[in-house]
Structures are given as C-alpha cells and as structure tokens.
Design a protein around this ligand. Structure first.
Ligand SMILES: *Cc1c(COP(=O)(O)O)cnc(C)c1O
Length: 485
C-alpha cells in the first residue's frame, strides 16, 4: 500500500540521495573519468583497428546491475576492458573501412556539457538558446552549400533518419496519397544507399515503382538515362515524383551529376533529394564545392556530421530548400503543450522531424567549431581528398593491382589480380588477412560481380604516413599470399 506519510517520504528521499552527488564527489568522479579518457586516448588510438575475440563484452553479464553501488575504479575498468576496445577501432587513423567516423575531443566535451545542462532542445519555448544554436548551425551548413534563406533543417541521429525525413517531406509536398503510390515512380541508382529503400518503405512508399537509372563507367547516375526513364513513365500515364541522387556513394564514392539531375528534375516537376551523408561535407573545400556543383539546386539533402565533420556517432542533418515544406510535413499540436506554443520567429526541431524530446546535438558541433575554427576542418577535408588521390596514383604503380575509377572524393576501389587462381577468392583472403593484422582496416564490396576492396580516407587522424603504411601492407600482403605463404 502506498501510504503517503511524511516519515516514509523522508526515508525515500534519503535513500535516493545518491542520485545527487556533492561537490567533492563530483570532482572525484570527474577526475576519474578524465583519467579514463586520457588512458583511452593515449593507449587505444594506436591499438589494432579490429579486435574481436569471441568472449569480449561477456564480462558485462558477469557484473550484473545490483541494488547496491559498485566501485568506481572497477566499473571504469570494466568499461575499458569489455567495451572500449572491442570491435572496430573507429578512433584510429588506420580505420579506413566502410565510411570512417571521427569522435573529436572537443565534441565529446560538448556532449558532456549538453548532458550537464540538459536543456530541452525539442521546442523553442523549452530552450531558446539551444534551439537558436542548432538553427544557427543549420544556417551555417546551408550557407556553406549555397542554400537560400528560405531553407530549414534539423539535426537527426544520422543519415538514415535524415533520408526518412527528406522523403516524408517530399511525399507531403507532392500531396502523394496512398492510392497514388503504385503509379508514382521513384528514380534511384544501383549505387543508392540501402537506407533510402528502407526510408521509402517506412514512409509507406514501399509500393512505388523503383527505377534504377543506369550508371556511367564512374558509377554515377546517367542524367540522359534519367530523363529518358521519366519521359517513358510520363508517356505511360504514370506520375513520376521523386529522384534521389547520391553525393558520395558508399560503395564507390561516386558523386552523381547533381546540376544536370537538378535541371531534369525541375523540368519534369520532380523533387530532388540528395543523399550526401558521406560526401556533402566536402562542400567545405573549394575543390569539393566544384565536384558537388548542383547540390545547392536540390530540394533537400542529407549530410552526416558524424562522418565528414568527424563528430561522434549520432549526428546527421537534413536540410530542405523550402523550409516550410519540412515544417508542414512534421508539425503537430497537443493540448498539454499549449504553454509552449506561440508565434516564435524560430522553428523548433520538434516541428521539423519525427522526434520530440531529443539530445542537444548542436553543442557537439558548436563547441569544436568555436574552439578550433572552421579552417582546420576545411584543411582536413582537403587533405583527405588529396590522400585518396595520392593513394590512387601510388597503387597504380604497384604491379598486380587494378584500380576502379579515379576518386571523386576520398574513396578508392581496387583489387589484386593474382597470376593464377580465383580473383574474387584471392581478394577476399587479402582483405581478411589485412583486417586480422590490425594495423589498418579496409572493407570490401561487390562491383559488377567482382570482389572489390575499398579504402576510404575520412578519419581526421588518417595522414600521409597512414597511406604509406597502407601501400606497404597491401603490397607485402598480396605478394605473400600469392607466394602461398
Ligand atoms: C552512412 C550513409 C548513410 C546512412 O547514414 P547513417 O548515419 O549510418 O544512418 C546513408 N547514405 C550514405 C551515402 C551513407 O554513406
């Protein structure tokens, strides 16, 4: 029975007191956490890029959550041993698999401060400062890519969620109803990221006919073929409505011809959504801006600050050229929120995405931008583009290696051609041997039935010496395997 006597209430208060550490305890906790972070920073950034013993993490099951507190040092060492070093070492410059992330130190401090103040960033009323900070950062991104002032955008958990928000916005802007879906084709390419198909399905658009527009020999969507496909569908009485182009394909790094695609989309009245989760951040460099020309003419685009701006995971962004479209697709009202509604001149994140309460993501971007400035970001991104080109040129000189297209951004595809034996099987062994060696991490894909290795330069710690090392490891490992060692 819940009997609300003052004695019982005070007793519970004192039992819950541990939730609120005092000043001395806070200092001790912070010192211990800072030492832990330092240990991690010094030791593990140079640890293997891949560490996957079968039992790692199981120690957590043997240290169950209990009613009583556990020891601080033991708890942190559990974290270090069971979690911090397991799997892919995404804090290492040698990590060049998939699309590398980052994890800037300044951003981690931003996360800490965001959790300390715990400002409510869903709605302007909840924290005008936090909402204005996020809106200001979105505006900064918009200016970097050349979007107009009419735009609006929101920070999401990542590119998948950002693609979903963009596609839902397009659906609403086109007034597409459930009964129209089977007659409303969508244009993608074989290089479109799978999160786009997932988003279409989640948005109730899984039954839209999907047209895979043919690619050129650099794996870019062919604008002329897109035009033809749209015309054919129009002639057949269908209702083309959405084209999704890619600015930096995950498999190949290819950037679709965005300006041509934008022109075609406009002519036929289609919404152009650009998935730039990997590539859009290169708009911060002048070389990248040229390659991404046409991004500014899209109706919406995605970028992932947890890729190209080196932030910790949980940072995506969606920007929509006509901001009202984004808002119309996501805004709702609730009676219990009546105090929070009003005629504010700032848009609230909750009116621009599926989320209501959310992490104050902006602070992890704002703090590094304020404390180091934009110039080092531009330099790092240009360095990545140059490193990929350098790698491409150098690997071309190594006998036996066969390269894919010259990189648009910072991703190189290649494979080794052994004198005899199955080429796919050889490359599978090559990539596995390199992963197990652990000095660098590369991943692979299938391109036109060919097992292909990918090297992606996107970590802020990947530098010239990393690339030299990668070249040495590739040459030595391939020759060793070929000799049957
Ligand atoms: C990484 C990526 C995504 C998915 O983004 P998440 O942040 O992992 O959800 C979508 N599209 C492209 C091109 C990507 O590289």
């Amino acid at each position: 029975m819940l009997n609300p006597t003052p004695e019982r209430i005070r007793q519970l208060q004192s039992q819950a007191q541990a939730l609120e550490p005092g000043a001395d305890e806070r200092r001790a906790l912070l010192d211990a956490v800072a030492r832990h972070a330092e240990l991690f920073w010094e030791q593990f950034s140079e640890q293997p890029t891949f560490y996957h013993p079968p039992d790692i993490g199981k120690g957590l099951y043997e240290a169950p959550i209990g009613e009583e507190p556990d020891d601080l040092a033991r708890t942190l060492s559990l974290l270090l041993e069971q979690v911090d070093r397991s799997g892919l070492n995404t804090t290492s410059g040698g990590y060049m698999g998939y699309i590398p992330g980052g994890g800037l130190y300044h951003a981690a401090l931003g996360d800490f401060l965001a959790a300390i103040s715990n400002r409510y960033v869903g709605i302007y009323f909840g924290s005008p400062g936090a909402v204005r900070m996020e809106n200001m950062l979105i505006r900064w991104l918009a200016q970097e890519v050349g979007y107009p002032d009419t735009m609006a955008g929101v920070f999401t958990s990542g590119g998948s969620m950002a693609n979903l928000v963009g596609i839902v916005t397009a659906r609403e802007a086109h007034g597409l109803r459930a009964r129209d879906v089977e007659r409303a084709p969508v244009y993608l390419s074989a290089q479109t990221h799978h999160s786009v198909r997932k988003a279409l399905r989640l948005a109730g658009l899984g039954e839209c006919p999907v047209r895979y527009v043919p690619l050129d020999d650099g794996y870019r969507m062919r604008a002329d073929a897109l035009d033809q496909a749209i015309r054919a569908d129009e002639a057949a009485g269908l209702r083309p409505w959405l084209v999704i182009a890619t600015a930096g394909a995950t498999d190949t790094g290819a950037v679709d011809p965005l300006a041509d695609i934008a022109e075609i989309a406009r002519r036929h009245g289609l919404w152009l959504h650009v998935d730039g989760a990997y590539g859009a951040a290169f708009a911060l460099t002048s070389a990248g801006k040229k390659i991404l020309r046409g991004l500014e003419a899209s109706d919406s685009f995605v970028m992932d600050p947890h890729k190209g701006l080196f932030l910790p995971y949980g940072s995506g962004a969606i920007l929509v050229r006509e901001g009202q479209r984004l808002r119309q697709a996501h805004t709702y009202e609730a009676h219990y929120m009546q105090d929070a509604q009003g005629d504010f001149d700032e848009m609230s994140p909750a009116d621009l995405s599926p989320e209501l309460s959310r992490h104050f993501r902006g602070l992890r971007l704002w703090l590094p931008l304020k404390l180091v400035g934009v110039a080092p970001f531009r330099a790092a991104l240009e360095e990545k583009m140059l490193l990929a080109r350098y790698f491409y040129q150098r690997l071309q000189e190594v006998p036996g290696f066969e390269l894919g297209p010259y990189p648009d951004l910072s991703l190189v595809t290649f494979r080794y051609r052994p004198a005899r034996g199955d080429v796919n099987e050889f490359n599978r062994r090559l990539v596995q041997t390199i992963q197990q060696d652990g000095r660098i991490f590369l991943s692979s894909t299938m391109l036109d039935g060919r097992f292909t290795i990918r090297l992606v330069v996107l970590h802020y710690r990947t530098h010239l010496d990393t690339i030299e090392q990668a070249l040495t490891i590739l040459r030595e490992t391939a020759y060793k395997l070929e000799r049957g060692e």
